[in-house]
Design a protein around this ligand. Sequence first.
Ligand SMILES: [Zn+2]
Length: 596
Amino acid sequence: MKFAVRLFVALLLPALAHSQTPILEYKLGMSKPWTHLLEVELTIKSVPSSPAALDFVLPIWRTGRYVVFDFAGGVQEFSAIDGSGTPFRWAKTDKSTWRVEKGRATGVTIRYKVYANEFEQRTRGLNDEHAFVDGCAVFMFLPKYRNLPLTLTVAPYGDWHVTTGLDALPGEKFVFRAPNYDVLVDSPLEIGNQKDFEFEAEGKKHVLSIFGPGNYEPDKMMADISKIVKINKEFWGELPYERYVFMLHLGLDGGGATEHLNSTIMQTGPFGFKNPNSYRGFLGLVSHEYFHTWNVKQLRPKGILPYDYTKENYVKELWIAEGTTSYYNGVLMFRAGFNPAHGVYDWVANTVYQDRLRPGNRVQSATEASFDSWVKGRGTQQSYNSEADIYGKGATVSLVLDLEIRQRSNNKSSLDDVMRTLYKRFPLSGHGYTVDDLQSIAEQLAGSSLKKFFEEYVHGASPIDWERSLGYAGLLLQARDGERMPWLGMQTTERENRTRVTSVLAGSPAYDAGVDIGDEVVALNGLRVRTGDLQDRLADYKPGDKVRLTLFRRDRLREFDITLRLQDVPPYWVSRVEQPTPLQKSIFESWLKTTW
Ligand SMILES: [Zn+2]
């Protein structure tokens, strides 16, 4: 018996050793930043001796942007070794997977370089001034061990420092930890001589980290960002983090931003901080990204929880993730007092105009636009003419849904309550929400069925009945018909002293007459015409008049006779009704947190 026990223990021991939790250690170097090459090392220890091969995978997309990037194309000089430096054989099994034949070894270190020169995509960038790393574009993972805790050691170039939402190990500046790969890659790193301003808001630590010179005023920015933090805390009820980092790249090329778990990376011009309009635009960007901290980083659609980094993640809810966020980044700018209350009329009038002008809004639904974001939504003429966009359409649907719920519930409930209920009911640890969940919560709060609303506006592409919806808040929508101008329905721009057609609106006079994107406009009725005076020239004519447009198409002179008509969509005028009902007044006031 004793012998048998000993034998059993002897057999068990190696198995126990192998069942240890593997240890994952990432290292990131950048010894020659001017080459744009990031140096990556990943060591995994205490893996079982079997199976004999380990797969290392690089994502094909990054969170926050629903397109395939194929990051693997930037990988070079891949190698794999054991603890004593002996190389393993490896081979790629698909474009983004490296299979290492480790045999019975229990530890593997892989090394590779990543060409990083795409700052404007907010994926990966390295030059002699700084580095930016979204982990999806740089760090490989082992699918089987994706949920294990890990460490990341950064070796910055020269005197650079690291700013990130990741937690540093106690007493360390360059060693970070993450509970799993998802947190690692959802915590981008800024490495350079960026200026970090720390502040407290609503009892939590925040960092404003700015790369690049500009005319910014950090104290004012921190005070204004604190107001955005406060208004969001009031909205959602809590801040789902201990520390949050607002990263900012100031540069003349490109703009845009990406949301992350407890940070955001925003890119904007360096000199827009003193001009009140530009600064308001910047705060709007902050408002949008920060709202995402809840809507899409915590409260996630079912199709992206968890993220699958190896292929497209199809979801019908991106119009909520992006569009509802766009709607609220506007609303909260009013509630926080950054936008003057009277600005609401222009905001609504412009929203209606843009919605009615875009032909794609009558072709594609909000859910279709969400599902197809992997292959559509590229901001082309085709997008405008035949697609809705998850931002614009999502925001307009959110606006009318908000007013609908307020109206039906006698202003006892709103879309604010729907979002809060979703947030509580679908935590990050769960399985994510669907558009049907949104609908059923909205119906409970509205007190009646929204089947028709969702069929028409969410799953369908019916035109929005703006007059009715705005009326709920006591707003009156009037077409400024007298300002309708004779119209071609195309846009042009000046490039190298030539006037180029940049878009032609589907169904417009120019579209029906055969004008094409890329055409070089030369003359209108025999006289040269430029972008700047096109509208003035058209004002000389009446609807029904024919004009002759002369243009070069692929260097051949062409002429088109176009019959003018008045603009299809007039400019709008929004005002308040003279004598609001108590309900209209209360909806307007609670919607924008203002007085009638
Ligand atoms: Zn967004």
